[in-house]
Write a protein that binds this ligand. Structure first.
Ligand code: 6PG
Length: 257
């Protein structure tokens, strides 16, 4: 594992040898976060990302089998969802449910899924209503303990796409989006909700992400049309968990330890 220790251009980027090494670090981090919440007797509110990278990590966690614990402190949310029913293979909730939720003893009322089977506009309002009641608010927005994100090759994150940059500034908590290539309807939280979090971890793996990471992570020249370059917690910590293939264009001129 190589970490860039707060290099001025790359704060909080850790480049892992491979997904196995990333998964160990990811679960150690989650373990520590959960332990602190349990010791403090408080709940922990985690926003899950869609896509294959987090899914792989949670499938790996399930294979580690140390899941038998009291999960009633944990609340799960989704940063975005495809407008499909939960049993659809495209469903972010359905995939994470299959990978891990079905193995853990988490109260059903703690799993706050976006209902992709509902009318998109109706569901965006319903989900926004849930997030408005979320117990920890700051800046008029829910302040989650941890938001997990992925990044698309076009620079999208959650379902904030390059052709919908107005969604970076909206005060809407949750809105409907359309995937620019597939036309698939999505429901997504806004960038303001994402950046209100205490901790954001962006997960990226594979050589197809190398170029977009180079563009969105470097501090000096922020591209104005890539949503992922606007991931920037206003009062929190941003971590990039990147495997070696995805990080191969980040190494130039960087300090490692
Ligand atoms: C989704 C995600 C999306 C994803 C990126 C990266 O619903 O697809 O929210 O933003 O995180 O597309 O996906 P991969 O991890 O599969 O590359």
């Amino acid at each position: 594992m190589e970490s860039i220790v707060n290099s001025e251009n790359h704060p909080g980027v850790t480049i892992f040898r491979d997904l196995d090494e990333m998964s160990v670090a990811f679960f150690d981090f989650l373990d520590d976060e959960f332990h602190k919440a349990i010791v403090a007797g408080r709940s922990y509110h985690l926003v899950l990302s869609g896509g294959s990278t987090p899914l792989w990590l949670f499938q790996k966690l399930a294979s580690l089998k140390h899941l038998k614990m009291n999960w009633d402190f944990l609340h799960l949310y989704w940063g975005d969802e495809r407008c499909v029913p939960p049993e659809d293979p495209q469903s972010n909730f359905g995939n994470i449910w299959s990978a891990i939720i079905r193995y853990i003893d988490i109260p059903e009322e703690n799993v706050h899924r976006i209902m992709g089977e509902n009318d998109p506009d109706t569901e965006a309002s319903r989900y926004a209503g849930i997030l408005k009641k979320y117990p920890v608010q700051e800046n008029g927005m829910p302040r989650f303990d941890l938001v997990l994100l992925g990044v698309g090759e076009d620079g999208h994150t959650a379902s904030i796409f390059p052709d919908a940059l107005h969604m970076l500034e909206t005060d809407e908590i949750c809105y409907t989006a359309i995937h620019p290539e597939s036309g698939q309807k999505r429901i997504s939280v806004s960038m303001k909700v994402i950046n209100n979090a205490k901790i954001i971890i962006v997960l990226a793996a594979g050589s197809s992400k190398a170029e977009i990471l180079r563009k969105v992570i470097q501090k000096n020249k922020k591209p104005e049309n890539l949503p992922a370059s606007f991931i920037n917690p206003s009062n929190g910590t941003l971590k990039w968990f990147v495997d070696k293939k995805a990080g191969k264009k980040l190494k130039h001129g960087m300090s490692f330890f």
